[in-house]
Design a protein around this ligand. Structure first.
Ligand SMILES: Cc1ncc(COP(=O)(O)O)c(C=O)c1O
Length: 425
């Protein structure tokens, strides 16, 4: 199931989410429009917290802000008791604006800037996840200069190939991320020689949109084995659990994931004589992905007899770059014809000036007409956060829906916004 849990078809035969008629939302807020269902979003946060905490109390779930980052969404996630994983000064700034507890902020990235690191140390955030030895040296200099302590984890490259698209694999040996297993002990010794860096654990992240739990179990084994004899207080497994994007992806539930991960984690830390380390998980996609739906208006329709019928929408690769980046599959329906039977196969083309800008290839829809509203499912993760202004089109607005009430949480970018930083000569 890739739709928000509140999705239903109303008496007008239209799709409704969070008690809001999507055709009405398109009319009120315009399209393309990101719609986020609050009930689904809060539900996923709770599912994660209870599934893990009930099995292993010493767990912290932190949301990977890169999946979807704006103040309203982060406020809700913070309200549900999750921490924050940030990967830039901008994500950290947004987390602060959303009132996130800085003690639960983990700062990631393979090339954080000096300015970003200084700011993180000055703000006394929870942890910096050190990616390489050059960063360790830089952070050492920064903390000496500022005279401030900071807790650190090392990101380890576990050498695991998770089965997912190569662009979102991160744990294989040939990866820009993390310290190789062989160099971890040396990195820990170096950290222990510094005055202000307090080494407290290991982290790794093996990739994203992963359907198979096995690679996570391997990751646990590797991190626990590496931690033996190191006084490790925390083990951070990163994110990566997949979701049903296409409508037919078979994915483990969060509960199944927790059952296997926690069971194996306990066995491994016992085997390697670790002192009940805290377990950290950093889900992004599996928290926000299925809560999001994007609405588009159908514009031009072009039939190439015997070849293909294109229906063009008013968005595309700039609001959802995943199909053109890694051939991601999505499903959709016509929100205004939600009860009508499918009657034709079409390809949904974006509006941007790239032939490859196709949102969905060969999808079955009811007969499509100009002005229909297309609702694309599972767009809550890595859509807005990866959006661009290609062709100088403003980024789309976002509304949060709940109990029949829509709340605008992100304004649509205007042409004025687009030229705000232009220096007119
Ligand atoms: C370090 C780290 N943690 C967590 C995540 C979140 O992954 P996902 O959204 O697949 O759960 C990512 C995503 O790339 C990441 O790089």
């Amino acid at each position: 199931m890739n739709q928000p849990i509140t999705a239903k078809i109303n008496e007008k035969g239209r799709l409704e989410i969070g008690g809001c008629d999507l055709v009405d939302l398109a009319a009120e807020f315009g399209t393309p429009l990101y719609v986020m269902d609050e009930v689904t979003l809060r539900g996923k946060c709770r599912e994660y917290r209870t599934a893990f905490k009930n099995r292993y109390d010493n767990t912290l779930i932190i949301f990977a802000n890169k999946a979807l980052c704006n103040t309203a969404i982060l406020k809700i996630i913070q309200d549900e008791g999750l921490g924050a994983d940030v990967a830039s000064g901008g994500e950290l700034f947004t987390a602060r604006k959303a009132g996130c507890n800085l003690k639960t902020v983990y700062f990631h990235g393979n090339n954080k800037t000096q300015k970003e690191l200084m700011e993180a140390v000055e703000l006394e955030i929870g942890r910096i996840v050190v990616d390489n030895l050059d960063e360790l040296a830089l952070l050492d200099r920064i903390t000496v200069k500022l005279g401030k302590k900071i807790d650190i984890l090392f990101r380890v490259n576990p050498g695991i190939e998770a089965h997912t698209h190569e662009f979102i694999q991160t744990g294989q040996i040939d990866s820009k991320f993390g310290i190789s297993k062989e160099n971890v002990a040396e990195a820990v010794k170096l950290a222990q020689r510094t005055k202000y860096l307090n080494f407290i654990g290991l982290h790794s992240h093996i990739g994203s949109q992963i359907f198979d739990i096995e690679p996570f179990l391997k990751e646990i084994e590797i991190l626990c084995a590496l931690s033996e004899g190191m006084n490790v207080e925390e083990i951070n497994l990163g994110g990566g659990l997949g979701i049903d994007h296409s409508g037919s992806d078979v994915v483990p539930t969060i509960d199944q994931f927790a059952e296997e991960v926690v069971g194996h984690f306990k066995k491994c830390w016992e085997k390697h004589k670790l002192a009940e380390p805290r377990l950290i998980l950093e889900p992004g996609r599996s928290i926000v992905g299925n809560a999001g739906v994007t609405l588009y208006s159908i514009g031009g329709i072009k039939e190439i007899p015997g070849i293909r019928k294109y229906v063009s929408v008013d968005g595309g690769m700039a609001d959802n770059p995943r199909p053109i980046l890694y051939d991601a599959q999505y499903s959709a329906i016509l929100a205004n014809k939600a009860r009508k039977p499918v009657g034709e196969k079409v390809t949904v083309a974006g509006r941007f000036c790239e032939s490859g800008d196709k949102l969905i290839k060969d999808i079955e829809l009811p007969k499509v007409e100009v002005g229909d509203i297309l609702a694309v499912f599972a767009t809550g993760a890595y859509n807005y956060s990866m959006a661009s202004n290609y062709n100088r089109v403003g980024r789309s607005a976002m509304v949060l829906v709940n109990n029949g009430a829509p709340t605008l949480i992100l304004k649509r970018e205007s042409n004025e916004d687009l030229t705000l930083n232009d220096v007119v000569m």
